[in-house]
Design a protein around this ligand. Sequence first.
Ligand code: CA
Length: 237
Amino acid sequence: MNTRDAASPTILIVEDEASLQTLLRYNLEKEGYRVTEAGDGEEALTLVAERKPDLILLDWMLPSLSGIEVCRQLRRKPATRELPIIMLTARGEEGDKIRGLNTGADDYLTKPFSLPELLARVRALLRRAQPVQQKGVITWGDIAMDLAAHRVTRAERPIHLGPTEFRLLQFFIQHPGTVFSREELLDAVWGPDIYVEPRTVDVHIRRLRKALNCDTESDIIRTVRAAGYSLDAESAA
Ligand code: CA
């Protein structure tokens, strides 16, 4: 039985041990998750930049870039600052060391771990990370986004958005109150490998504002002079 669909969470497994990677993939897929895999830290960062997973299982000891370094790099970027990460470590001592290092991982598991334990931690972390997401619908204030059907409503009225405005709004709703520079928005919404001029962001923000505010006075996107834009928590309350 295959219950995976577009709304199933995607889990990125970063593990250089082939047998463990296979075991993890098999069991996560059996639980209905979608799985992507990376064998080292560099590959993991590339995959995350291409398409952000919902959770990462990150081995500590990896060739080239260590799990700790991968974790640090992800925590530095606004788009991945809150990406749920479970660190996998080889021995108890390493686990203790990692806890002391304060790398920003959300949880730790020491090998050998039991699969029911791992699956329970994955479920708990995903639940914690997505408090407003139900059946592929995310809400913020009076705005609801159906991610699967690509439909947006504000105060139950349909809002028509182009694909870029849709991704922009989704990114804002997933990080309310955070100010993003044009460059950060380009990285997160357009992707780091796409070359677009920063002022292109302004054009799409203007379109998004216009679409969202067509029937209401309150502008929910705040322009922060010399810094960028944020979804304003004040005006949606
Ligand atoms: Ca390893």
